[in-house]
Design a protein around this ligand. Structure first.
Ligand code: SIN
Length: 286
């Protein structure tokens, strides 16, 4: 029988750490229900001391739903749903997704609900992951601004990163991660700028500097006038959380509510994490 989960709030009201449970092989439905409830309350959840094989990581991911579709990064051999977030000790390429705030694959028609990231090799310093709560940011806006944004749809695409003209195509550094650029990345999908969480009913801003390329029906200059100040608002320190990694830590985050960005600061040290995504549902407009 499963013992009570211990849930400890971290340095932000939207992040928590769970102890008292071993996830690999966990079959107790009550424990999984408690973990799901914790995830609804804390969209960034970390689980300490979880040594996992790739099969176990996949089995844990399946507890949250079907796998998401992960384009543009070559998956681990024989594990088509797992990608490596990897940087070798002698690598000079900028860390993957460093300083690049985004919600995973928001350019997809149906973007992933969540992401799991498991620490295998963690550098002695640096390599933290930053999170920003887009629900708290939305709720802090005045009612007039909230109403105006609820009427807008943002255009999302992977063009800046993964197209044949994007940052990865232009990057001449040797990279241990195999990034697969494609013309497909130019495709745009419109999503409501304010989305409703399907579990909690709370509203979030759903835009990011990496994948939002405009606002439907607006020219680029007008869209930039709205998006620029909104990014500054969303990324204020009071909406942020800095996650520090440990080996065998599993992190689960909700792409419907938070943005994230990687950081550097570990040149000369290797960093390796395994990542899966959980399929989402069509974005619900406010
Ligand atoms: C990611 O964007 O999934 C990578 C985060 C990280 O490497 O810290």
């Amino acid at each position: 029988m499963f013992a009570e989960l211990e849930i400890t709030e971290l340095d932000a009201p939207f992040a928590a750490s769970i102890t008292g449970v071993r996830l690999a092989g966990l079959e107790d439905d009550a424990a999984w229900a408690a973990i799901h409830a914790a995830w609804a309350a804390f969209p960034v959840l970390s689980f300490l001391n979880q040594p996992l094989s790739l099969d176990e990581l996949e089995a844990i991911t399946a507890r949250f739903g079907p796998f998401g579709d992960d384009p543009y990064i070559e998956p681990v051999q024989d594990h088509p749903h797992v990608i490596e977030i990897r940087r070798d000790a002698d690598e000079t390429a900028p860390p993957f997704a460093a300083d690049s705030w985004h919600s995973d694959w928001s350019f997809q028609d149906v973007p992933p609900a969540g992401t799991l990231l498991h620490g295998k090799v963690i550098p002695p310093q640096g390599g933290d992951t930053l999170f920003a709560d887009a629900t708290l940011a939305f709720e802090a806006l005045c009612p007039e601004d909230q109403k105006e944004l609820e009427g807008l749809r943002a255009l999302h695409s992977a063009v800046l990163g993964y197209s044949t003209k994007g940052a990865f195509a232009a990057d001449r550094h040797e990279r241990s991660m195999k990034i697969l650029v494609s013309e497909e990345a130019e495709v745009r999908h419109a999503h409501p700028m304010v989305r409703v969480h399907p579990v909690t009913g709370r509203k979030s801003l759903y835009i990011s500097p990496v994948y939002t390329v405009g606002i439907e029906g607006m020219d680029d200059a007008d869209a930039a006038e709205i998006l620029g100040p909104l990014y500054l608002h969303m990324l204020k320190p009071e909406f942020q959380y800095r996650h520090k990694w440990q080996k065998d830590m599993l992190l689960l985050w909700d792409n419907r509510r938070v943005l994230h960005a990687a950081t550097g600061g570990y040149d000369g040290h290797a960093r390796l994490l395994h990542r899966t995504t959980i399929a989402g549902e069509p974005v619900i407009a406010a």
